[in-house]
Write a new protein. Structure first.
Length: 457
């Protein structure tokens, strides 16, 4: 009998899984393996919300494998050491895994390849598992990646994506390979109260329900803060519980303007992954420096703390930050407004905001999080790096009745719509009776400070 190992990383599913399909077709027995590596903790990516969602995903993956006669093998320790130990124990000649785009993932692949080849074994890395189109699959003339989204989108649209793969009917696992238990969820006290349930079955249920009931309205309503009309699939895409390629395929079959707008958002995800694959240092450094001298010191720290707590005095920003704390997720329009306010109005380093998002976001992905933050801060791929989003005007446009603000900022629950986004204009008891802060800075002063810092005045 020949045996292969499939190393699961951020691809925790059975449907449309090229490494698993290749292993099942080429080997008599397969070891589905997940390694809980302490290096992830040391790198600061083991946030409680993601650990809870990960536990759900692994539990569901194990259940799906058991339905097919197999099981998930879980090990704790250095990924390279554990994969090599499992391969030796099982007598596996090959290890299959999905390609990654971050510096961490690529270093892991390099170390694993060297260790396996030194031991007379082979690593097969499969592209296009985490994204719809592999990073680097399309490039512009004279460069290794696209730096602007629109031309990338045109090329991406013209490419023929691979057809989604059916899940294996049977997975035979060597009985002698030992496994630790699937990691348990962290204590409820450390996890956001409104965190979604993870796992492939839940992700596929959500994708099916959203495409059939809500996709048609997506183009018109995806920025509606109170309407909550987005798919909420980002955590499932981040953990690979839902395949990006299959999501694109199914949306295109659905058709219509809403489905097309959804596909465009999936392309944004691919775009950021191809940027990070080409420029891994963009996870921590400016992709395009503006020579910012970000605010520091006690006043900046106090402003940053108020922003984290949702106490900036700008209701739509505070609502978004409180949603993040409660759900471990935030509406995309809220992310743009919160990030613009921190980097442009408060003029605080985007890395401080990106770190806070990674601490809480269940979909906290290095490529999407860091590069979206840079896009908003004007140090990334945005072709208008000095744009500033006005939270009052944006609130009136995307939450005109104030329902989103009232949901997350109960101090303002009885404020009429005409005043909900500018509560500082209330007078008398209408203002004094609420435990809601004054704005940290006026928008005019914040804009003037930012323009001066960027040399625009």
């Amino acid at each position: 009998m020949n045996v292969s190992v499939v190393l699961f990383t951020s691809d925790l599913r059975l449907h449309d899984h090229p490494p698993l399909r290749a292993a099942v077709e080429s080997a008599s027995e397969v070891v589905p393996l997940f390694v809980r590596d302490p290096a992830v903790d040391r790198a600061g990516f083991a946030a409680p919300n993601r650990l809870a969602f990960l536990a759900d995903c692994l539990t569901d993956l194990d259940a799906g494998l058991r339905d097919r006669g197999g099981r998930l093998v879980v090990r704790g320790g250095d990924t390279v050491a554990e994969v090599l130990a499992v391969a030796r124990q099982a007598g596996a000649d090959e290890v299959h895994m999905a390609a990654g785009c971050s510096a961490f993932a690529r270093d892991r692949e390099d170390r694993l390849r060297h260790a396996l080849e030194s031991d007379g074994r082979r690593l097969r890395v499969h592209d296009g598992v985490a994204t719809a189109l592999p990073a680097g699959a399309v490039t512009p003339h004279g460069s290794d990646h696209f730096a602007v989204f629109t031309p990338y989108f045109r090329r991406w649209q013209a490419e023929r994506l691979r057809a989604p793969l059916a899940p294996p009917r049977t997975v035979r696992v060597p009985p002698a390979v030992r496994s630790e238990g699937v990691p348990a969820r962290p204590s409820a006290a450390s996890v956001s109260a409104g965190l979604a349930t993870g796992g492939e079955r839940e992700g596929r249920r959500r994708l099916t329900a959203w495409l059939s009931r809500h996709a048609d309205a997506y183009e018109a309503r995806h920025d509606d803060l109170a309407g909550d009309a987005t798919s909420r699939l980002s955590p499932y895409l981040h953990f690979g519980a839902v395949s990006a390629a299959e999501a694109v395929h199914r949306a295109r079959i659905r058709g219509g303007a809403g489905a097309e707008a959804f596909v465009r958002q999936l392309c944004w995800r691919d775009f950021h992954h191809q940027v990070l694959a080409a420029r891994p240092e963009a996870a921590t450094e400016d992709y395009r420096t503006r020579h910012d001298r970000w605010r520091r010191g006690e006043d900046a720290e106090a402003d940053l703390r108020a922003w984290r707590e949702g106490r900036t005095g700008y209701p739509v920003v505070d609502a978004a930050m409180r949603q993040l704390a409660h759900e471990g997720w935030m509406h995309n329009r809220g992310r743009l407004l919160a990030a613009s306010f921190l980097t442009k109005t408060l003029y605080i380093d985007w890395r401080a905001g990106a770190r806070h998002f990674l601490d809480l976001l269940v979909d906290g992905d290095v490529a999407d999080n860091q590069l979206n933050w840079q896009w908003v801060a004007g140090t990334g791929t945005d072709t208008r790096p000095n744009r500033v989003l006005n939270p009052v005007l944006q609130g009136k446009r995307y939450d005109p009745e104030g329902a989103y603000v009232r949901r997350w900022v109960p101090e303002l629950a009885d404020v009429p719509a005409r005043s909900i986004h500018e509560p500082w204009k209330l007078t008398g008891l209408g203002r004094a009776a609420r435990d809601y802060p004054e704005p940290l800075v006026t928008l005019a002063d914040g804009l003037a400070r930012f323009r001066h810092a960027r040399g625009l005045d």
